[in-house]
Write a protein that binds this ligand. Structure first.
Ligand code: TRP
Ligand code: SF4
Length: 332
């Protein structure tokens, strides 16, 4: 039997190239070898955006379209929406009874994010508890592998501890209820944002997966370059330039050599240098646009895909919850 993979993504707006290269591309690759469950983590988005849920609502199906556009195949992967499965909340509640507060307080992203999102009130119970909700998401499907970026790895680690503790507290003769998942660390994307910082909507430095071609061109043409290359006649240094990082992801060796050499010798201008990057990004996006168009022409189909995925997930989640209640002595 194929081993199960589970991952989720928050619906917080149009997915961008950072999401694709940092996660989605890997999701697509995994679907051929594994039994992949991918879900819209709308409750997770609420932990930070509860004051502003409108954006979540607007993003749920758009995100599923981005997934399908990227090449997620609904015949191979199971796609669903977290909030349609109250079983996640039930497991979260039951796990909460035995999870020490200190496990949650020491998750690095907790203090980190509190600091970064200082404008929101994150002293909430939901925000502290969200790694445990994530543990419930993973354990309810008995996932063997969880593909995540580095920032999420501590959450998978907590999940393993939670699983061990559950199996210890509530042993079952033959086979423990909980499966300890392994982290499948996704190579963090080498792709930065347009300004060289991490690509993130909050920095306003993204290119959306389905960005208009004219906009893509304009955004790349306006990208800052080596700050020391002020005039066309000044030689530059690619290592100081975010466009170079795009070349490293998108260009073949010959093009990279042309760009680096032309930059250092002032043989080419920055707009010349950006041209192959623009072409490569547009080329990459073309199949995404085509697939998305087909789905957008038929919104019912997307709803069906999610409907079927949700019911498939529900079968698994229900079975696990039955085992959980049995093991905990709640089957009265
Ligand atoms: N917490 C993840 C994020 O913010 C999303 C997520 C929720 C997730 N549950 C998950 C990822 C389970 C992997 C497995 O990006
Ligand atoms: Fe950057 Fe290319 Fe300009 Fe050099 S020539 S500074 S690598 S855009």
């Amino acid at each position: 039997m194929r081993s199960r993979v589970l991952s989720g993504m928050r619906p917080t707006g149009a997915l961008h190239l950072g999401h694709y290269h940092g996660a989605l591309k890997n999701w697509v690759a995994l679907q051929d070898q594994h039994d992949c469950f991918y879900f819209v983590a709308d409750w997770h988005a609420l932990t930070t955006d509860y004051q502003n849920p409108g954006q979540i609502e607007a993003s749920v199906y758009e995100m599923v379209i981005d997934w399908l556009a990227a090449g997620i195949d609904p015949d191979k992967a199971t796609l669903f929406i977290q909030s349609r499965l109250p079983e996640h909340a039930e497991l979260f509640t039951l796990l909460a009874m035995s999870t020490p507060l200190s496990w949650l307080e020491r998750v690095p992203s907790y203090k980190d994010q509190m600091g970064r999102l200082a404008d929101r009130e994150l002293g909430t119970y939901g925000f502290l508890g969200y790694p445990l909700l994530q543990a419930a998401d993973i354990l309810i499907y008995k996932a063997s592998y969880v593909p995540v970026g580095e920032d999420q790895a501590p959450h998978v680690e907590i999940t393993r501890e939670v699983a061990r503790r559950f199996n210890h507290l509530y042993p079952r003769g033959d086979k423990p209820v909980m499966t300890e998942p392994a982290t499948l660390l996704t190579q963090t994307a080498r792709l930065p944002g347009l300004d060289g910082q991490k690509m993130s909507k909050s920095y306003g430095n993204t290119i959306a997966m389905r960005e208009e071609p004219a906009m893509v061109e304009q955004k790349i043409r306006r990208m800052p370059t080596d700050p020391q290359r002020v005039r066309r006649s000044d030689p530059g240094e690619p290592e100081r330039c975010p466009v170079w990082q795009f070349h490293q992801l998108y260009s073949d060796e010959a093009t990279q050599a042309w760009a680096a050499q032309g930059c250092r010798s002032a043989g080419i201008g920055c707009l010349d240098c950006k041209q192959p990057v623009i072409a490569a990004v547009l080329r990459e996006q073309q199949p995404w646009r085509e697939r998305a168009e087909a789905y957008l022409a038929n919104p019912k189909q997307i709803q069906w895909i999610v409907e079927i995925g949700t019911e498939r997930a529900r079968t698994v989640a229900k079975q696990t919850m039955k085992e959980v209640r049995d093991a905990m002595g709640l089957a009265y």
